[in-house]
Write a protein of this length. Structure first.
Length: 377
């Protein structure tokens, strides 16, 4: 009988894992891929939605397009995970697996920042980005705050990109002079593992008169006074608050007993959890890399190669390498790139590549190649 691999979550990690298993093993493996949504959306597409560069329809990649030997996609919501027996319940059924892979990503904890829902906005979900796109045209004067409300958070450069793209958006509409932009960043610098990247972003902020406040966190928003209260007690009046909410593992993962300090402890080299035959990849796991699609994808590739080797009885691949490249939008059609290495040395390092037209094309290829590989589009 073919090995039954149950993959929970069809994001960067789940899609890459299923695709690699199918390519190598075809019908020799029985992959069930489950996601509650009907379509995948790249994280970076949320910035396109937010600033009205693209429509929601144009960035959705429907899961019904997945046609891969050995893989069946089920649009269902996972409601319980028993890692001891590798049994999973959804709103429509119960599934048992030989190999269980949890790739359910990170959810947002809006309640962790009182006032964020009532008096602010998040731009990290599709719905949130769409809401911001509706609000932005009416923002023609006043103070905009981009605030990171908790760490770790997905794609550390994304709020910097949002600040630069907001500057571009307001400039194009001729209202930049009457608006202030402040970026409140919990981390000490925009991209801590790469001082070069942080420097490039800090000079881009300075050139554009974007105020950068590192090392502080918006802890609540006072809806009545339209004031953001920072964790050092500072009060900042605002007219528009664009927040990165505190992240946490999805409830179903927290309730499964697999987590410690909010996420699934995972062996970096092999992506194993402490439960035999149960693995975790991507944002839901802790393997010592940032929460970003490229890392979820890299972990998925390593795990797939290891599962393929086990099924074929061949030699195990090397350990997960923790390497990844992230593209950074600087506005005005310019894209930079940071190549980060989280695991090979004593501390993470990053190399910056200056914004250029070539990197715009490279980022486009990053998206289109995944679209083709995962969805055949
Ligand atoms: C604004 C923004 C910009 C970004 N830019 C980049 C970038 O340029 N490069 C980059 O590499 N990363 C970027 N990211 C980060 C990237 O999107 C995530 O880190 C990545 O998607 C993580 O992959 P994953 O497979 O771990 O989880 P996800 O891709 O989040 O997938 C998890 C899946 O699990 C599903 N799920 C959750 N709970 C349930 C349940 N109970 N039942 C069924 N299904 C469930 C979800 O629907 C989701 O499809 C960005 C993120 C944001 C928000």
């Amino acid at each position: 009988m073919a090995t039954r691999v149950l993959v929970l979550g069809a994001g960067f990690g789940g899609l890459e894992l299923s695709s690699t298993l199918s390519e190598a093993l075809g019908d020799e493996v029985d992959v069930t891929l489950i996601d509650r949504n009907d379509a995948f959306v790249f994280g970076f597409s949320k910035l396109d939605l937010m600033f009205g560069h693209k429509s929601a329809d144009s960035v959705r990649l429907p899961y019904r397009d997945i046609a891969k030997p050995g893989v069946r996609f089920l649009q269902q919501t996972v409601t319980a995970i028993d890692p001891e027996t590798r049994t999973v319940s959804t709103d429509e059924g119960t599934y048992e697996a030989d190999i269980l892979v949890v790739a359910l990503g990170a959810d947002y904890d809006m309640a962790a920042t009182p006032g964020l829902t009532e008096a602010g906005n998040e731009f990290y979900s599709v719905a949130g980005a769409e809401r911001v796109a509706e609000l932005l045209p009416a923002f023609t004067e006043g103070h905009a705050i981009i605030g990171v409300c908790g760490a770790p958070f997905k794609c550390p450069p994304a709020p910097s990109e949002a600040a630069l793209l907001l500057h571009e958006y307001l400039s194009a509409r001729g209202v930049r002079e009457s608006c202030e932009i402040t970026f409140v960043m919990l981390l000490p610098s925009p991209v801590p593992p790469s001082p070069e990247t942080s420097e490039a972003l800090l000079s881009a902020f300075a050139e554009r008169d974007i105020k950068f406040m590192p090392g502080v966190r918006p802890s609540s928003l006072d809806a009545a006074r339209r004031v953001a209260v920072l964790d050092d007690g500072t009060e900042m009046p605002y007219d528009l608050f664009l927040g990165v909410p505190k992240h946490r593992a999805p409830d179903v993962v927290l309730e499964s007993g697999m987590t410690t300090d909010g996420y699934i402890p995972t062996k970096t080299e092999t992506l194993e959890t402490r439960f035999p035959g149960v693995y975790a990849i991507g944002d839901v796991s802790t393997v010592g890399v940032p929460k970003a699609g490229v890392f979820a994808e890299g972990a998925a590739r390593t795990l797939a190669e290891s599962l393929i080797a086990s099924i074929r009885g061949s030699e195990q691949p090397g350990p997960y390498d923790g390497l990844g490249s992230c593209y950074i939008e600087f506005g005005a059609g310019k894209v930079g790139r940071v190549d980060v290495d989280f695991l090979s040395g004593p501390r993470p390092t990053g190399t910056f590549h200056d914004p250029s037209d070539a990197l715009v094309a490279e980022k486009e290829h990053f998206g289109s190649s995944r679209r083709a590989r995962w969805f055949g589009r």
